[in-house]
Unconditional design. Structure first.
Length: 286
């Protein structure tokens, strides 16, 4: 098998010959940059969902800005990874310029694919570690999926007139949270569940039945609004992530092609030249 020497692929190599070392290097760079930029965005508050109750006050402008930031970080991280993959790959002996550019673009696309897989694996590992730590601190039978999302509503629901010492309401909170989650369904909360929730609230807060009913009605209305906004923000976030990843593939392909041009000492493509500077495009002979 012939080896790559002086940065040029073997003469008999196919047009789609790939150098996996530059591809993996570009993927690692893209993953690292993406992680840094996402952490920076989360630090400055560019998020459209959170476990804190204040996230519901997020404006449409913040949603739009968060989506644009995801696309921007994809352009920077995948573009950098693609450029490195194209720039450091070995040149190919071929007469067709378009085929050479396609081959360089494929390096960027392969780098993008590996970076996406690495990002998914890292996210899964972080999510698994967070879930494990959460389960170590709480009893799974006494928690519900509603607790992070509707914790503020549940707090208000079970806010007592006079707090009794050393009272554990974790079981009641989990049960109330599961009932409140049904308020966002098409049929809404059943009358039986509402009556039980009123009874549960009255028993744990010391409120009279009419006051407990009013508190339950307020909790149900607030829960419906919170769940609706959470569903809407999840759709926006999913769309933004999908758009950023798809555009990241384009950025990686174009950047890798540019990296290949710089590797071969070729001029920039016509659509990137400013103010009509026309130069001929000729690849250097190996």
């Amino acid at each position: 098998m012939e080896r790559v020497e002086s940065g040029v692929a073997p003469v008999g190599a196919p047009v789609w010959y790939l150098n996996w070392t530059p591809v993996i290097l570009g993927a690692l760079v893209a993953t690292a940059l993406s992680s840094i930029l996402l952490a920076f965005g989360a630090t400055i508050g560019l998020g459209i969902s959170s476990t804190a109750p204040t996230w519901r006050d997020a404006s449409a402008a913040l949603w739009l800005l968060s989506g644009l930031y995801l696309i921007l970080q994809a352009a920077v991280s995948f573009g950098a990874g693609g450029y490195i993959a194209g720039r450091t790959s070995a040149g190919l002996v071929a007469s067709d310029v378009a085929e050479i550019e396609h081959r360089d673009g494929l390096h960027g696309l392969a780098s993008w694919a590996i970076a996406v897989v690495l990002g998914v694996v890292l996210a899964a590992l972080l999510g698994s570690a967070t879930l494990t730590r959460s389960n170590a601190n709480t009893v799974s039978a006494r928690t519900s999926v509603a607790e992070p999302l509707l914790s503020y509503e549940i707090d208000r629901l079970f806010r007592p007139v006079r707090r009794a010492p050393n009272v554990d309401l974790s079981q009641e909170r989990a049960e109330a949270g599961r009932i409140l989650m049904t308020s966002s369904s098409h049929s809404g909360m059943s009358s039986e569940d509402r009556a039980y929730l009123v009874q549960l609230t009255s028993a744990n807060t010391g409120l009279a039945a009419p006051d407990a009913e009013r508190r339950v009605d307020v909790a149900v209305a607030n829960s419906q609004a919170a769940l609706s906004k959470s569903r809407r923000s999840s759709v926006i976030l999913s769309f933004s992530v999908a758009a950023a990843l798809l555009l990241g593939a384009v950025f990686a392909w174009v950047a890798a092609a540019l990296g290949g041009r710089h590797r071969d000492g070729a001029p920039m493509p016509h659509w990137m030249r400013t103010y009509g500077h026309q130069t001929s495009y000729r690849r250097k002979s190996p």
